[in-house]
Design a protein around this ligand. Structure first.
Ligand SMILES: Cc1ncc(C[n+]2csc(CCOP(=O)(O)OP(=O)(O)O)c2C)c(N)n1
Length: 670
């Protein structure tokens, strides 16, 4: 015990005992049927949580998992705010929106638990990235189980932490089991710490049931991180003395193994090691029992959220950072200082302006920021590294990982712009986008905001099935995520700026055929998406559609490339063309004003008809204005073909739109 004062040792003991007693109390309440939901407990693993957190300062952070009660108590959350949360009360640490698997409190340096195995690791790396970029001395300790090692999120997050020497402590609680599966069944090399070497940093295996050994290893790791030496992997050997969750009887844990680990119980061992006397134990234990009994009594009667608050905390309401023109349609500015720009140029200009105005804005993605490199797959960020080399983060090919890093950095107040080379790769990133970026605000009871802008090129352009999908269908219905899809340069720049200032995760889809500097040629018709772009600051507000052409016969609703094709048919049939451009939220006011006037709506979508955004718009119109006749023109339900003859047959064009419009006109006249 040399070097540690008595108060510190008693503090470690009390914290470990509190975790054990808290968990036993919760287990009883749960089995009794008093407590809702499910629980994943940590009896037997108290030394890992307490040892690591004792080495962290108040300004350091942790991320945790579904098994986070111990981490939370060790990081300083009160048993009361946690018990209230477990009972689903408004007074809980996440206002009852998180529950057992998402325990956390941002004001105490703990992100709500991430219940997707390994999902917290890229997030933690992103938090560490933000500290490095902002020269803050904080470190992040990311707790995860041995099961996380097999996930791509582990590899991708750890690799990026290594490349950029991020202040991240990777805390693997190796309790020998992932659910009911023993580590030896899922790892050829079950010495987890050895993986660190292959990434180029230090790893250590530590007796995770020895709280002082954990504390000292964590201190070394914190020192390395603060000295800028990059991440450290701590493999803490421990054992779960309870079921994986709920009523798991642990039949897969052999009796002799259980007994051997019971001999090494972290609390019993430390009591002997630190010579905790019976009187000291009694004093501490009595205090804990009383506190927990009081907590339970209070939690049982704590107020539950009002049902009217169901939709609270989905989005943050952020004031715009600066005054803006707020113009909906392309205009020549008062000063007359517009230029004709293509979408790629306009986006580049918008990003550069926002980077100049706000040091928190940075770009993260593949093949960006490399001198002589591509500037992303479609040149949008070309050359920005000349002025902003520190804020152009070129990543490995790791979409799940870097969208997670971007989310973590955004959560810490940065303003990342993450881009994928092709929208199709969003499937890889979708866990971080949908489960983390879009949900963290809600799960945390409104204490987190994720001001993250994401950009993704979409559209069928001669690249076959895996570089061509219109991905907006998959992301439009995600609560907590805004989605935009501009059809011209003015909108692209204005929406990007609005997104950056919005304070919420915003995903922008861009059509590959529309990037071209002064308009591009698509098969099936000339398309020029360039437009007059003012030199001065402006935004295009999120959630607003634009009427591109007024007409009286029928309303044609489209976005991205389809707006241009719809416009090619509009004169002939006197159609009103609405550029939907904000897919979530949808601007029902503008749509309603038009369809009430025309009585007919044709929704045009590039992408398979079944389950598309068009289906959502059609349903929305039918519910709100039942007398309006609605139909859709969309791609058939097939993967995007390569050969031009089939690709052109796949994607709606002006002829098909015109046929769709004629049909609805004939039907309603007939
Ligand atoms: C991505 C993902 N796959 C599966 C699950 C279901 N699941 C929850 S916990 C768990 C086992 C995790 O084991 P480990 O990472 O070792 O953590 P421990 O339970 O030992 O704390 C599984 C498979 C999940 N939550 N997330």
């Amino acid at each position: 015990m040399s070097g540690h004062d008595r108060k510190f040792l008693l503090g470690l003991y009390e914290r470990m005992l509190l975790i054990r007693e808290f968990e036993d109390t919760v287990k009883f309440l749960f089995l009794e049927g008093t407590m809702p939901g499910t629980i994943h407990q940590c009896q037997g693993q108290e030394a890992t949580a307490v040892g690591v957190c004792a080495a962290l300062g108040a300004d350091d952070w942790i991320t945790s998992t579904f098994r986070g009660h111990g981490h939370a108590l060790a990081k300083g959350l009160t048993p009361q705010e946690m018990m209230d949360e477990l009972f689903g009360a408004e007074t809980g640490c996440c206002k009852g929106r998180g529950g057992s698997m998402h325990m956390g409190n941002m004001s105490k340096g703990m992100v709500p638990g991430i219940a997707i195995v390994a999902g917290g690791i890229p997030l933690a790396a992103g938090m560490a990235l933000s500290f490095k970029m902002e020269n803050k001395p904080h470190v992040v300790a990311s707790f995860f189980g041995d099961g996380a090692i097999a996930e791509g999120a582990f590899h991708e997050g750890v690799n990026m932490a290594a490349i950029w020497d991020l202040p991240l402590i990777l805390v693997c609680e190796n309790n020998l089991y992932g659910a009911s599966t023993h580590v030896d069944l899922v790892m050829k090399n079950s010495r987890i710490s050895e993986r660190a070497k292959s990434y180029g940093f230090r790893g250590e295996t530590v007796d995770g049931n020895d709280v002082l050994a954990v504390y000292e290893a964590s201190q070394r790791a914190v020192a390395d991180c603060r000295a800028g030496k990059g991440p450290v992997l701590l493999e803490l050997l421990t054992y779960r003395r309870t079921g994986h969750s709920r009523r798991d009887p642990c039949h897969y844990q052999p009796k002799d193994e259980r007994e051997a680990w019971a001999q090494r119980d972290p609390i019993e061992r430390f009591r002997e090691q630190a010579h905790i006397t019976a009187e000291e134990h009694e004093l501490i234990n009595t205090r804990i029992q009383k506190m927990l009994a009081d907590c339970v009594e209070r939690a049982k009667v704590a107020p539950h959220p009002s049902v009217s608050g169901l939709a609270e905390y989905v989005f943050v309401e952020a004031p715009p950072r600066s005054p803006a023109l707020n113009v909906q349609n392309p205009v020549v500015s008062a000063a007359g200082s517009t230029r004709r720009l293509g979408i790629a140029e306009a986006l580049r200009e918008g990003i550069a302006e926002e980077m100049a105005a706000d040091p928190r804005v940075f770009c993260i993605g593949e093949d960006i920021g490399v001198p002589g490199g591509w500037g992303g797959a479609f040149t949008v960020t070309l050359g920005l590294e000349k002025k902003y080399s520190e804020r152009m983060i070129n990543t490995p090919i790791a979409e799940l990982g870097f969208f997670g890093l971007a989310t973590g950095a955004a959560m810490m107040g940065m303003r990342p712009i993450a881009d994928v080379q092709y929208g199709d790769f969003l499937f890889l990133a979708s866990d971080q986008i949908i489960n983390n970026a879009a949900k963290l605000r809600y799960m945390s009871g409104g204490t987190i905001s994720v001001p993250l802008v994401m950009r993704a090129p979409v559209g069928a352009t001669g690249r076959g099935s895996q570089h061509a999908q219109n991905m907006e269908r998959y992301f439009t219905g995600v609560p907590g995520l805004k989605v935009v899809a501009p059809s011209n340069a003015y909108d692209a720049k204005g929406l990007l700026k609005a997104a950056l200032r919005d304070g919420n995760p915003v995903l922008m889809f861009e059509h590959k055929l529309l990037y071209g500097s002064k308009g591009a040629r698509a098969e099936g018709g000339a398309v020029d998406a360039s437009s007059d772009v003012p030199a001065e600051d402006y935004i295009v507000p999120l959630g607003k559609a634009a009427v591109r052409r007024e007409g009286k016969n029928v309303t044609v609703l489209a976005w991205l490339l389809m707006v241009h094709y719809a416009m090619q048919t509009a004169d002939e049939l006197d159609a009103e063309v609405i550029d939907v451009r904000s897919l979530n939220p949808i601007d029902w006011d503008t749509i309603g004003a038009s369809v009430r006037k025309t009585g007919r709506a044709v929704i045009v979508e590039e992408g398979p008809i079944t389950g598309g955004v068009g289906a959502e718009i059609a349903a929305g119109i039918a519910e709100r204005w039942p007398s309006v006749r609605v139909t859709r023109v969309a791609s058939p339900d097939v993967p995007v073909p390569f050969t031009p003859v089939l690709e052109n047959a796949y994607r709606p064009d002006a002829n098909r739109i015109s046929a769709g419009v004629r049909q609805i006109l004939e039907e309603s006249h007939g």
